[in-house]
Ligand binder design. Structure first.
Ligand SMILES: Cc1cc2nc3c(=O)[nH]c(=O)nc-3n(C[C@H](O)[C@H](O)[C@H](O)COP(=O)(O)OP(=O)(O)OC[C@H]3O[C@@H](n4cnc5c(N)ncnc54)[C@H](O)[C@@H]3O)c2cc1C
Length: 403
């Protein structure tokens, strides 16, 4: 069996077009404002929507570009090269925000929500984390109690990316506390403006400042029962399935960031001279560049391999096909592996870039300073590195090795 690691001509063309667009149209406007609070890049996001860049993985029949998870990862990698805030916004929108509606929505829900989410009229978010439930997501407390044709939601969600900007939020709530996470948790499609739903604190962050991270407050918020997403009691599966694709996309964003760090380091050592020689002549510097390149190249293969697996897996789910537990486990392990490796690899590249570019790397006009603040966060959201390692360890212990 041949294993092909080359993008198809269509994927290559998509990569070229996206790279040009991002460099020419988006790159000049990605600076943070100097207040340190960040500004949500609404205009850029809307423009990306109009260009069809907010529905890349989804089937054309719902307004998507039909480019699957590989196309989606190409896009996030390219944005990760230039701006981690925008990468976070579009990744949260497409992977954890919109994907669950495609995978688990009824045909009516898909037709109602996907066209607006894929053409940029609407933005999506995903709300799972709570004040007392981060890594331990199974202990969420926000409750949805059935009353006639509605579910009445009470509780708080924390740190929801796009939370205050989103028109549609995939919300995970407890519907039967006695059953716990497996059976007692349900996902809902929450629309902006629903009575009883309000926005609390919007966080100031050390990095990805132009993305928005919001607290969501629910006080007797009535969500129509027809907005249950997937089956009642299966909300935890909805969330974990979305996170598999989400983590793969985050790996692609980290990969993009690492490539920029390598490229700016190469530019620096080519032009910086000491003792009359460019810094690039120093073997110690060359080894650092080589180590960055080794990790970037390997991450690239592993990321797109995982994207291809996720793509197959998602099409099975969307088509209503049976998905064996062993396949779910394999995908989760692959997604956890690439998420932990890519995010930590990029942190190592930041360190190398700091070493290579010396004093100039720590000023805010130099993008290494911003990369340091931006990319470290990929080790935290959508499950910390420790949680990814727990997932991987659970699987290798179960199987007595890797796949
Ligand atoms: C910028 C940003 C955006 C986010 N966006 C979203 C979003 O859109 N939607 C959403 O639902 N959530 C979002 N989150 C929340 C994010 O997913 C959580 O922060 C993350 O899951 C970790 O939870 P926690 O911060 O509460 O850490 P905690 O659970 O309090 O963990 C603290 C530390 O303990 C470690 N730890 C915890 N349990 C274990 C264990 N069993 N073994 C070993 N170590 C452990 C963790 O790895 C971590 O280092 C976002 C977070 C950030 C920072």
């Amino acid at each position: 069996m041949a294993i092909e690691f080359t993008f198809t001509p269509k994927q290559q063309m998509f990569q070229r077009v996206v790279r040009n667009y991002l460099r020419l149209e988006v790159w000049p406007n990605v600076d943070e404002d100097k207040s340190g609070h960040g500004t949500f890049p609404k205009k850029t996001i809307q423009e990306m929507g109009k260009l069809g860049l907010l529905g890349i993985p989804f089937p054309k029949e719902y307004g998507g570009a039909g480019l699957g998870e590989i196309g989606y990862c190409i896009f996030v990698e390219e944005i990760g090269r230039i701006d981690a805030s925008i990468a976070t916004i579009v990744a949260a929108h497409q992977s954890i925000g919109t994907t669950p509606v495609w995978l688990f929505g009824t045909e009516d829900q898909r037709r109602k929500y996907l066209p607006g989410l894929t053409d940029g009229r609407h933005l999506a978010a995903f709300a799972l984390t709570e004040p007392t439930a981060g890594s331990d997501a199974a202990s969420i407390k926000t409750q949805a109690r059935r009353e006639g044709d509605y579910y009445i939601v009470n509780g708080r969600k924390l740190w929801c990316t796009n939370g205050d900007q989103a028109d549609v939020i995939v919300l995970t709530c407890v519907t039967d506390p006695a059953l716990g996470a497996r059976g007692g948790v349900t996902s809902f499609i929450l629309e902006k403006g629903t009575k009883g739903f309000s926005i609390g604190t919007i966080e100031d962050k050390m990095g990805i400042r132009n993305s928005s991270t919001a607290e969501l407050i629910f006080e007797d918020c009535a969500i129509p029962a027809e907005n249950v997403l997937g089956r009642v009691g299966e909300g935890f599966i909805v969330a974990l399935t979305a996170l598999d694709g989400g983590r793969t996309g985050l790996a692609a964003g980290s990969l993009g960031g690492a490539q920029t760090l390598l490229e700016t380091s190469i530019d620096y050592v080519r032009s910086r001279r000491r003792h009359g020689q460019p810094l690039s002549q120093e073997q110690a510097v060359q080894w650092r560049l080589a180590d960055m390149a080794v990790e970037i190249n390997l991450t690239k293969y592993a990321t797109y391999h995982t994207a291809a697996l996720v793509d197959e897996y998602y099409h099975l789910i969307a088509g209503g096909k049976h998905v064996p537990d062993a396949l779910r486990d394999k995908i989760s392990m692959n997604a956890a592996t690439i998420k932990v490796f890519a995010s930590e690899m990029t942190a190592r590249c930041v360190e190398s870039a700091l070493e290579i570019q010396g004093g100039s790397s720590i000023w805010d006009r130099n993008r290494v300073e911003r990369a340091w603040r931006d990319h470290i966060i990929a080790e935290i959201y959508e499950g910390t590195s420790e949680i990814q390692r727990l997932i991987i360890a659970r699987d290798v212990l179960k199987m007595g090795g890797t796949y």
